[in-house]
Every structure is written in structure tokens, then in C-alpha cells.
Design a protein around this ligand. Structure first.
Ligand code: AMP
Length: 364
């Protein structure tokens, strides 16, 4: 397929900050975006030329949305599969198979295991009896996670001991119980794959999470991550090829003393790649747009010696403009969310430098 000409329209399913940053990158390349998401704080709408606020089940609205788009992508991996499949297949990128795999933690683990990845030991859990068995077989500490619809640590319960597990009310939906991984650090492999199969990787940052939610992504990521990235990339490459993936794909790993342990995959641009806006030759957002529109991919190399991306969460966003007067050329991104709720990602700030970070290590 030839590249979409300037002035073409990109549809984005989902209305959050990832859609907002995709639409900004698309505008720079001369494309327009139309969004689609249920009613809510759809911050992507502010930078789209049109926005459908309709339910995921509204087939009429979906057909009207699709008829206006030359290509449709998503920014949210919990868009129901039937919604995505209502869009003509030749207009979708990536292929919905990637969503089908990633929407269920069990599917995802099995799929990625097929390419040699090692996840934490895990068991499928459907009810209390399964849970008791899983606790016995996998042991404690561990984490019970809903198989579907979890994100940013939601739908997860940490279990320190079998005794503590008695206090967890089983959520009544399919779950996975997995052993707690003792990791040194976390990292993600973010790649972009073009329609012709070309793959490019960004550098892998060291990622820190708090309560299951990403708080920072730092480069250089340190020796352990650097030693494990190649093996992790090889898995990600095989996953992307097997899905005939087009666009940006993320796989998250734990760097342990025994090698990389696969955590999860996101068939989309990712929070741990936000640093690429200022830190890399081409950002994850721009390369996703380039890939789905059939344009040549841009370079993914890091342009600085050190990069430090931090999320701005909850009410901290209200005073975020003060960051602009701090040293170190902070690059501030606010997402325009109307309500600064606790634990809600409101923006991020990236600092880039041509020198190495201080020996004391990254700020916390
Ligand atoms: P997830 O939503 O599965 O990516 O989990 C969010 C975060 O919780 C991860 O990035 C880790 O920081 C932590 N986490 C999740 N699963 C495990 C595990 N099996 N062992 C240790 N930490 C975990």
C-alpha cells in the first residue's frame, strides 16, 4: 500500500493522553485526527478535528466514524474487540489480533512464552478453590491480577502470605495468580514495525513503578538492563513479526539476576516511551503515525547521554508550571485533564542532558 497523502484522516479509538500525543504528532506530518471514545474526560478531543463521544457498542456511530477515516488505530488496549472488528480490516493498524492477545493476561503470557519468554510462575484462577491451589503451587509472596481490564496497578492484589490471602475477597472474574519477581529493575522494549516488516527499537529505560503505576523512566538504564536488552528485543521482534504488527509495540520486563522475566505487553505507544519526544531522533508517537500511514520510519537513536522522564500525578499538576523555572531545561507536558484525582496521570516532565547523571543516581 502506498503512503497516505497529507490531509488524510487518522481515526483514534480512545481519548486519553496517548491519543492526544499521537494527534499532535500526526498534525505535524500534515494529517488530521478524529477520535472515538465513550463520554468522559477525553483529553485527545482538544487536538482532534472531530471527536465521537459514543459507546463502544454504538455500531451506527462506529460506522460513521470509520467512514471518515483513511486509517484507524487505538491508544487504549481495552477497546472491546468487537468494536475494533466493526472497522473495515483494510483500514486498521495494527491488526486486531494484537489486541486479542494483549487483552487477556493468560493469552498474552502463553503467546509470548511461545517465543521463548519466561514470565513469573503463574496459574489461571477462576474461583476461590483455584486461588487456594494457586497459592500452594506458586507460593507466596505473589500477586493476584484480573485477567482482563487492569491497568496502572488496578485489578491487582498483593499477597504476602497464605494467611493474608484469606483477607482477599475473590473478585469473581477470571484472574491470574503469579509469583512475586525479585527484580533489580524494570525495563521495557519499545519497537516500531513498518508495513514492510522493518523494525526499529528505542533504547530501553530503567523504569520505576509505585503502587503498580509507572513513575519514572531513566537513561542510561544501567549495566544489568543493558546486558539483558538484546534477549528481550529478540522476543519482542518475534512477537511483532508473528502478529504482522504495524506501529509501536511495547513489552515490559523485569531485569533479574537470572535474566529478563517477561511481565506484560502493550500493543500501543507506552508511558515509558514518552522520553522519546525530546530524547530520541523520532518519538514513539511520530513513528507510530509514520508506520500506520506507510511513511518511512524515523531514526530511533537517543540524542542525549542522559534522559529522565517523570510522571506528574494527581494534584501535583496544579502547580506544574513552576517546573518551568527549574534548572536543567525541563520539558513539560500537561494532558489537559479537568480533574486532578489522586493516582491519576496528569502530565509528565522530561529532562535531557549531554552529560552523565550525578553519581548519586536519579532523583526520587
Ligand atoms: P502490571 O500491571 O502487571 O504491569 O503490574 C504493574 C507493576 O506492578 C509492575 O510494573 C511491577 O512494578 C509490579 N508487578 C507486577 N507483577 C509483578 C510480579 N509478578 N512481581 C513483582 N512485581 C510485579
Amino acid at each position: 500500500m502506498s503512503a497516505l497523502p497529507p490531509g488524510s484522516t487518522i481515526g483514534i479509538l480512545g481519548g486519553g493522553q496517548l491519543g492526544r500525543m499521537l494527534a499532535i504528532a500526526a498534525a505535524q506530518l500534515g494529517y488530521r485526527c478524529i477520535g472515538y471514545a465513550p463520554k468522559g474526560d477525553n483529553v485527545a478531543a482538544e487536538v482532534c478535528i472531530d471527536f465521537f463521544e459514543n459507546d463502544w457498542n454504538d455500531t451506527e456511530a462506529l460506522a460513521a466514524f470509520a467512514s471518515k477515516c483513511d486509517v484507524v488505530t487505538w491508544e487504549f488496549e481495552n477497546v472491546p474487540l468487537h468494536t475494533v472488528e466493526a472497522i473495515p480490516a483494510d483500514r486498521l493498524a495494527p491488526h486486531p489480533k494484537a489486541l486479542e492477545v494483549a487483552q487477556d493476561r493468560l493469552n498474552e503470557k502463553r503467546f509470548v512464552e511461545g517465543f521463548g519468554a519466561s514470565p513469573a510462575p503463574y496459574k489461571r484462577v477462576e474461583d476461590e478453590t483455584d486461588f487456594a491451589r494457586a497459592l500452594e503451587e506458586v507460593g507466596t509472596p505473589g500477586i493476584l491480577k484480573t485477567a482482563r481490564d487492569g491497568y496502572d496497578g488496578k485489578g491487582q492484589w498483593r499477597v504476602q502470605s497464605t494467611h493474608e490471602a484469606d483477607g482477599i475477597r475473590f473478585p469473581g472474574v477470571a484472574c491470574v495468580y503469579e509469583g512475586m519477581v525479585h527484580f533489580e529493575t524494570e525495563f521495557s522494549v519499545i519497537l516500531v514495525r513498518a508495513k514492510d516488516g522493518e523494525i526499529r527499537f528505542w533504547d530501553s529505560t530503567a523504569n520505576t513503578h509505585h503502587g503498580g503505576m509507572l513513575t519514572s523512566s531513566i537513561l542510561p538504564a544501567g549495566e544489568l538492563v543493558e546486558a539483558q536488552v538484546e534477549a528481550a528485543r529478540e522476543i519482542a521482534r518475534q512477537v511483532a513479526d508473528a502478529l504482522n504488527y504495524v506501529g509501536v509495540l511495547t513489552l515490559e520486563f523485569f531485569a533479574t539476576k537470572d535474566g529478563p522475566v517477561f511481565n506484560e505487553m502493550a500493543p500501543r505507544v507506552h508511558n515509558s516511551g514518552h522520553w522519546s519526544i525530546e530524547g530520541a531522533a523520532t518519538s514513539q508517537f511520530e513513528n507510530h503515525i509514520r508506520a500506520i500511514c506507510g511513511l518511512p520510519l524515523g531514526g530511533t537513536e537517543t540524542r542525549f547521554v542522559s534522559v529522565d522522564m517523570r510522571n506528574i500525578v494527581g494534584e501535583d499538576a496544579l502547580a506544574a508550571h513552576a517546573i518551568l523555572s527549574e534548572d536543567g531545561e525541563p520539558h513539560l507536558h500537561l494532558y489537559g485533564k479537568r480533574e486532578a484525582r489522586e493516582g491519576r496521570k496528569m502530565g509528565h516532565v522530561t529532562r535531557v542532558s549531554h552529560s552523565a547523571p550525578p553519581a548519586t543516581g536519579p532523583q526520587t
